[in-house]
Design a protein around this ligand. Structure first.
Ligand SMILES: [Zn+2]
Length: 526
């Protein structure tokens, strides 16, 4: 729960071994700033439903209908004022423009309406220096504090506090939140309670659940096979960097140093968090959740000003996902993704390189996408590119932006090429590197057919038919297109394969075919 602004603790982007407090824009109940201003009918419907939801929550919490309605207007006005001074998701992608080291004194001078010393004290922050992502947002927040009546501020906090816990309160609250959320998710039916509760335990006591999970579902052989795959991908990526025709030798040396320095984390953390201080009882779910929140907050706050623990994970072991962390320069694959359709412990190379292999290549490429390329081998925001190489990178990346801007997905809504730039670069790079690594296996050169498909065809089908075979309802598709830095699943196959000559060869793609792209616009970055 983080009203008014967003706060977290992690490595300093320019001094990556030390933890620092980050203050970013935040405080909105809708997914991003544009939802407060856009005038299309879908957005207006969501905005109206949000206001009804605010009213409903406050009513359920005991306000009269008239008071709740009035408060909902105040909350909307306040959030609209915050939205006005917030950056768009695309503007937030620039790591340099969103880095501002500031002292308490400077903050107090710039925004006297906020009692920074009082705020730090109540947040238990003892350090004098913090990172502010968007200083203009805090100027706007200060003027909100100056102009908005205290009662409206209270209504805003009251609403967000209750809304935060709504999924765990009595059915009226759970249903109210679901009814609003489904406009964004398209979900027609609530998930069964056991699924919601598993997610809750994973979110709050992830390392406790994770220990049980890996004992039961993550055999040591899986880790061994995964390490081999990661090493093969890394080696192949290094060879490809050496062969790049658009990058100078001096930048290549630094790119290779960064690739070799990449830390590989597979399955689960070396050390588990100790939850023995967290009081869990059967008396009150909300009290349990508050205790978990208290633990998590204390854990975070404790890290400020201390060295970064590089063994720590940002995802829990059962998570079906993976990530690259630019300040740690590490790639992370939780045990949850190391199962079909991503990873086949006893499967052949075509299946594995075409799925988890592409994921591995994807995460490695993030170190070299439009954001990651600004960080060096030690995870510091520091330019290591010659101006010419940076220019050539941007020219190629712009072709990728154009390519994805050209995919119209829902009515007239197309993929936002800038919002998804980093993920698309990683998808295209991941497929190219994994395909090249697969070509080094014996299996790739056999002419054995399985179900009528060649090894190369099965490599591409593993991603297309196994991983990204997904169908969306219009509401979630719209939400994704406006907020999610990933392209919709279908285009995570169509996009990268349209740029992959191996795919052209495997399926005999010719001019005139839907996925054919001529040399002039087909992109090969990594
Ligand atoms: Zn990614």
């Amino acid at each position: 729960l983080s009203p008014f602004f967003s706060f977290y603790v992690s490595g300093d982007d320019k001094n990556s071994t030390m933890n620092v407090a980050h203050f970013d824009q935040g405080g909105l109940g809708l997914p991003n700033r544009d939802y407060y201003f856009n005038k299309d009918s879908a957005t207006i419907k969501i905005r109206n439903a949000y206001q009804q939801y605010i009213t409903k929550i406050l009513e359920l919490a005991g306000s009269s209908t008239a008071d709740a309605r009035e408060a909902s207007i105040a909350v909307m006005n306040l959030e609209t004022a915050l939205a006005k001074v917030s950056k768009s998701p695309v503007q937030l992608r620039d790591p340099i423009a969103n880095y501002h080291k500031m002292t308490v004194r400077q903050l107090a001078k710039d925004n006297p309406a906020i009692s920074w010393q009082g705020l730090f004290k109540s947040m238990l922050i003892n350090e004098d220096t913090i990172l502010v992502g968007q200083p203009a947002f805090y100027k706007g927040l200060a003027s909100v504090f100056n102009s908005v009546p205290l009662n409206d501020l209270k209504d805003y906090v009251r609403f967000h506090f209750i809304s935060h816990f709504a999924p765990y309160l009595s059915n009226d609250f759970v249903q109210a939140r679901f009814d609003f959320a489904k406009l964004l998710t398209g979900q027609e039916e609530m998930e069964p309670r056991w699924k919601r509760m598993c997610r809750m335990v994973d979110d709050n006591l992830g390392d406790a659940l994770g220990q049980l999970y890996v004992q039961r579902f993550f055999p040591a052989e899986s880790k061994k096979r995964m390490i081999e795959l990661v090493n093969n991908l890394q080696q192949t990526f290094a060879e490809r960097i050496q062969q790049l025709d658009w990058m100078s030798d001096s930048t290549k040396v630094k790119a290779l140093a960064k690739l070799h320095a990449m830390v590989k984390k597979i399955g689960y953390p070396d050390h588990w968090k100790d939850y023995s201080s967290v009081n869990i009882s059967k008396d009150s779910l909300i009290a349990d959740l508050k205790n978990c929140g208290h633990y998590a907050y204390g854990y975070s706050i404790n890290k400020i000003g201390k060295p970064v623990d590089k063994s720590e994970w940002e995802m829990t072991p059962p998570t079906v996902d993976a990530y690259y962390d630019p300040t740690q320069n590490d790639i992370n694959f939780p045990a949850g993704i190391l199962q079909p359709p991503f990873f086949y412990a006893n499967g052949d190379d075509a299946l594995n390189y075409g799925a988890i292999g592409i994921v591995i290549g994807h995460e490695m490429t993030h170190g070299f996408d439009d954001e990651g390329r600004h960080y060096d081998a030690n995870g510091n925001l520091k330019d290591w590119w010659t101006p010419e190489d940076a220019k050539r990178f941007t020219e190629k990346a712009d072709l990728i932006v154009k390519q994805y801007d050209g995919y119209t997905v829902l009515d007239s809504l197309h993929i936002n090429g800038h919002l998804t730039e980093g993920e698309n670069i990683a998808d295209i790079g991941g497929a190219a590197i994994a395909y090249a690594a697969f070509q080094k296996t014996a299996e790739a050169h056999k002419d054995t057919l399985v179900d009528g498909f060649t090894p190369d065809q099965r490599f591409f089908l593993s991603l297309a038919a196994g991983v990204w075979r997904v169908k969306y309802r219009p509401a979630i598709l719209r939400t994704m297109l406006l907020n999610n830095p990933h392209s919709p699943a279908e285009y995570r196959t169509i996009g990268p394969f349209s740029d992959n000559l191996g795919f052209y060869k495997a399926f005999n793609v010719k001019p005139g075919d839907k996925m054919y792209r001529p040399d002039s616009i087909r992109v090969s970055l990594w």
